[in-house]
Each structure stands twice: as C-alpha cells, then as structure tokens.
Design a protein around this ligand. Structure first.
Ligand code: ATP
Ligand code: MG
Length: 486
C-alpha cells in the first residue's frame, strides 16, 4: 500500500500530541510538528526527538500544558522555548519567531520577535529540509522554503536563497551543515558550501561545548541511522577541512596539511592520513578521536628534527590540550591521550609475546583492545594496505588468550592484597608494597597460573631478597617499542 507523506507523518505523532493539538485549536492556534520528525519520516528514518511549534506565546503554552497535566520545563522562555513532558514523551515547543543577531557568529540571538506563521518562522531556521511543518490537527504539510524538493535531491541548502543570511548569524550552523550532510548522506548545495567557507571564522564565536557536541555527532554520523561507513565519515571530515573548519577549531591537526610521508608506508599527507584513520576506526567516540589525533605530534617533531621519531610522546600533551580546550570530560581526555601516546607500540610486529603481555596487563584489557583498534585504523588509514592488520590481529588474539587464562588485568584481580603483603613481610604502608604488586602483575601476565595467594607471596619473598627490589624495575620495565619506519 502506498501511503502519502502526510499519512506517514500522522502515524508518528503520539496520542498526547494529538490531544494537545486539539486544545491549541480550541484556543485558536494551529500546532505543528517541525524539524527532525517531519524530515526523517519523509526519508523513512527513525526520529530522535519531537519538535513542535505554533504562534502561541511561551507562557501561554506553559500554562495550557500544565493545566492538562504536562510537566513544564521553561528551558529558554525568552527565546520562545518550553519543554513539555508527559509520561515517557517529551516535546520541545518553540513559538514562531524571527531572530535578530548582533555582529559575529554567536549562537544566541540578541533579540527575538514572536511571529504568527510558519512562513515567517521558516527563515530563522537553518536548512530547507529542517523547515517543514506538519499541522497536527488538519494533517497539512507546509514547505515554505523548498525543503521537499531538496529532500528528493539529497541536498542540504539554507532556508534563505542568500546563504549568508543564515550562516552569518550563527557559526554553529556551519557544523550543522556538515553534520546533516553526513548523517543523511546528502550533498551540500554549492552556494551554501562557498558561504560556509567564507564565514568559517564565526566558529570561533561558538562555545567549546557546542562545537564539541557537533564534532562528536560528525565523528559518529555514519551510525546515526546506519552501519559503520568509513567513506561517509571521511567525506564529512574532508568537508570540514575544505570549509576551513579543521584549521579553525583543530589548528594543531591542520598543521599536518602538506607534510608528506614515506611513500612506502603512506599515500596521504599527515592531515589526510589522520582523517582517513579516524574514519576507519570503529564507531566509538574515544577510538575515533584517538585515531583523528594519533599523529598530532608529527608536525611539531618534523619541524624540529625533519623526522617523525618521538611524535607519539610529543602528541600526547597536544591531544590533551585540544581535548581540554573542547571541554571533553577527563575520562575521554585520559583514554585518548593514552592511545595517542602508545600508538607506536610494536610497530614492526616483532615484539615478544611476553613484552606485549606485560604491557597489556599493565594497561588493562579494555585499553589494550582499544590500542589494537587504533593500530588497525592507523594502518588502514595509510591508504597502502587493506584487510586485517597483522599486529592488531595478533594483539587482539593475545589479549583474548590472556582473558581466557584469567591474567589479572587489575591489581584488584591479584589473589593477594597489599594487606597480605604487609602482614607477611612486616612492612608498613609504603611505596615498596606498590612495587611488589606491580612486579606480581607483570609476573602473572606471563604466568597466570601463579595467581594464587601463597604462590604470589612466595614470589614476593624471592623478589624482596634480590637487588631488583630497590626499585630499578619498579615501574614495570617498559617495552622497547620500535618506531622506525613510520
Ligand atoms: P535531530 O533529528 O538530530 O533532532 P533536528 O532537525 O530535529 O534533528 P534539532 O537540533 O532537534 O534538529 O532542532 C530542531 C529544529 O530547530 C531544526 O530542524 C531546525 O529547524 C531548528 N534549529 C536547531 N538548531 C538551529 C540553529 N542553530 N539554527 C537554526 N535553526 C536551528
Ligand atoms: Mg530534533
């Protein structure tokens, strides 16, 4: 059965919203669904949140909704926004408005004027496909800016025929332009692209948190509605690069542009290799960020020495500074910095199993697996090899084997505690106890069957009796990672 666009949208409107639209109607207002719900229904995609709008003033919307049992959150009432909750449903109502912005590209309008129809409201929205209005009671679909033909063509285009009228006001729209292209698999209308390029410095007026949120959505754009798709993610990152957004918000990464690498190992310059690696990583934010930033130390090291040696160590603080600037949480910053720091481990796939085991036990199972994923993305992102990456495959197998052998990956998984060690050897709480535990972790990484309390205490006794105990290997040794070649 072929159903019309209007019927398809009607099916997605929850009952609570239909009831609300009837109340609006009684007061002389028409309630519309707008944004993602209309756009995605027409595209046959799932809907993430429900945006609604009408000419009713925000305080009146709040009063009416409250009267009918909705919980009301006055999120941005001066901008006409009110959040309505009922049961599991949440709707964001925005009163029709026209926005005024001051100089620069800051996201917040300097003043808003409420208006009376979708035809006026549409022009304060960003893209034609986001300015489709469905009148909930009458079932009429309104398209003031040509969004339906754009949906058919797969085009993201600004609502106004003059793209600068849209993109100049709010720098965030430049990120949203790329994000919607990537999520929907659409193209940018050429004039919107050129205008975004000329206005890209407006991104500097946007708060780091907002930039971060959009960047995250772009990095994971392939899996918003579909499966992992490296080409899609690379396309989005290349678009950010061509618009000038990478240079503006990630200047440290952009320094890799034009830095060529050994042709034997790399097809791309450092920047493009980073973008490809990111796209090749599994769809998990930490991994995509780590793959994006893994070589961020190369430009600095290359400038100083003409080589790439040491770029992993140089890259770690640079990556951390970028993540801090973009207000990523500490956990993300720690994980990504760790992966950047260690991405050169066993580059030539020649390390002994025992060396790898000790590293993996020290780092933990999850981080070690993440490092294997970054390694695979790095190698595939070089544009030279396809298919499985030998070192990454070997690491994953080894980590899985360690897991099966019940290797302790955390000190808490050792069968003896710090208390046991202190008691047995009459030690006070002191750094030596920590050193002994580290040694036991390393030992069990290779000989997991020794993870039994009495056996561990025997090993500890032998260790305390040797010269090693004064700390020369107390940090757990460390691998002799090769880093020639890349
Ligand atoms: P999603 O499915 O990701 O929620 P959406 O289109 O609903 O997509 P929202 O961020 O929920 O996007 O915003 C709802 C609507 O509000 C958009 O469709 C757009 O019309 C408008 N909008 C949101 N942010 C902006 C902005 N920065 N500038 C102009 N219009 C915006
Ligand atoms: Mg939405």
């Amino acid at each position: 059965m072929i159903i019309s666009a209007e019927e398809a949208i009607k099916k997605r409107i929850p009952g609570e919203l239909i009831a609300l639209a009837q109340l609006f109607d009684k007061r002389g207002f028409c309630l519309y669904a707008v944004g993602g719900l209309v756009r995605n229904t027409l595209l046959g995609l799932p809907v993430s949140d429900i945006d609604i709008c009408s000419a009713m003033r925000p305080n009146d919307v709040a009063a009416l909704a409250q009267e009918k049992g909705f919980t009301v959150v006055k999120k941005g009432i001066e901008f006409g926004m009110v959040e309505l909750h009922i049961g599991k449903e949440k709707f964001e109502h925005t009163t029709f408005r026209t926005d005024k912005y001051s100089e620069g590209g800051s996201h917040r309008p300097s003043s808003v004027e409420f208006s009376s129809s979708p035809h006026e409201d549409a022009f304060r929205r960003d893209f034609s496909v986001n300015a489709l209005y469905y009148a909930i009671k009458s079932g009429e679909l309104i398209d003031p800016t040509g969004g339906i033909p754009d949906l058919e063509k797969g085009l993201i285009r600004t609502t106004s025929p003059d793209p600068a009228a849209v993109l100049a006001d709010d720098g965030l729209r430049i990120m949203r332009l790329v994000r919607f292209c990537a999520e929907l698999g659409f193209e940018i209308e050429p004039r919107s692209f050129e205008t975004a390029k000329s206005l890209v410095k407006n991104l500097l007026d946007i708060s780091p948190e907002r930039l971060r949120d959009e960047l995250d959505k772009i990095l994971l754009s392939d899996v918003k509605y579909g499966k992992r798709n490296a080409e899609r993610v690379y396309g989005a990152l290349a678009l950010l690069r061509d618009i000038g957004a990478i240079e503006t918000i990630l200047p440290e990464l952009y320094l890799g542009r034009g830095i060529t690498q050994k042709a034997q190992y790399h097809r791309y310059d450092v920047l493009d290799h980073s973008l490809h690696s990111c796209a090749e990583a599994p769809a998990e934010l930490t991994l995509r960020l780590a793959a994006l930033l893994h070589d961020v130390g190369k430009p600095e090291v290359n400038l100083k020495t003409g080589l790439m040696r040491g770029h992993d160590a140089a890259g770690e603080p640079i990556a951390r500074a970028i993540l801090k600037r973009l207000k990523y949480d500490n956990r993300t910053a720690d994980e990504v910095s760790f992966l950047v720091r260690h991405h050169m481990l066993d580059l030539n796939n020649t390390a002994k199993d025992a060396t790898l085991r000790r590293n993996f036990a020290r780092w933990g199972e999850e981080r070690s697996m993440a490092l294997a994923e970054v390694r695979a993305a790095d190698f595939i992102g070089s544009g030279i090899i396809e298919g499985p990456v030998a070192s990454a495959e070997r690491w994953k197998k080894l980590i899985n084997r360690m897991h099966e052998e019940k290797v302790p990956f955390k000190e808490s998984e050792l069968d003896c505690t710090g208390g046991d060690i202190m008691e047995r050897f009459a030690l006070p709480p002191c750094p030596a106890v920590g050193k002994i535990k580290k040694m036991l972790m390393e030992h069990c990484a290779v000989r997991p069957r020794d993870n039994r309390r009495e056996r561990l205490l025997e090993i500890a006794r032998d260790y305390i009796g040797t010269a090693l105990f004064d700390g020369s290997r107390a940090d757990g040794g460390g691998s002799k990672d090769g880093e020639d070649g890349k």
